[in-house]
Design a binder for this molecule. Structure first.
Ligand SMILES: [Fe+2]
Length: 164
């Protein structure tokens, strides 16, 4: 048996999921930016803006894969609008927001790991960094909920990671 020098053809399920998750990061950026705009306390605003930057960074890390497979995301205007609408629905107290994130984010890590499991080997470096953004956000939440001083450190560390 010989091994093909060409990379394995990705499944449609992989491509559909990749596109969906990319779009959700773009939406997520708008979502957290809008929540930041609603926030009354500067500390909360800063943390929500940082979450928005993490979402943007995750989207930028994923974008080369979207281009590689010539996938067509919904346009940014549409994604930003739906992110802002979600933020209006979720405009709750800081404690409620944190509790909501703590409840939902671990499930997203599972979703990203499933995407990795479907992926051609060569896409893994980017997808692992996509997964890492959710891990960083959860690390922030854990620190924030325990009242730690520098709760944003995991997100700042994530923003320094990139693929050259
Ligand atoms: Fe995200």
């Amino acid at each position: 048996m010989t091994r093909s020098v060409f990379s394995a053809t990705p499944t449609q399920a992989y491509l559909d999921t990749l596109l969906l998750y990319y779009e959700e990061e773009v939406e997520g950026e708008a979502y957290f930016k809008a929540l930041a705009d609603f926030a009354k306390q500067p500390d909360h605003r800063d943390k929500l803006n940082l979450l928005a930057r993490v979402e943007n960074h995750a989207a930028n890390i994923t974008l080369p894969l979207i281009r590689k497979y010539t996938l067509t995301p919904k346009d940014d205007v549409h994604l930003f609008q739906s992110g802002q609408e979600m933020a209006r629905r979720d405009n709750k107290t800081w404690d409620d927001l944190l509790a909501n994130m703590a409840r939902t984010f671990p499930g997203y890590v599972d979703d990203f790991l499933q995407l990795e499991a479907m992926a051609p080997q060569e896409d893994l470096p980017r997808l692992k960094l996509l997964t890492a953004h959710e891990v960083a956000a959860i690390a922030f939440l854990d620190l924030e909920l325990s009242g730690a001083q520098d709760s944003v450190a995991p997100m700042n560390a994530y923003l320094k990671k990139d693929i050259r």
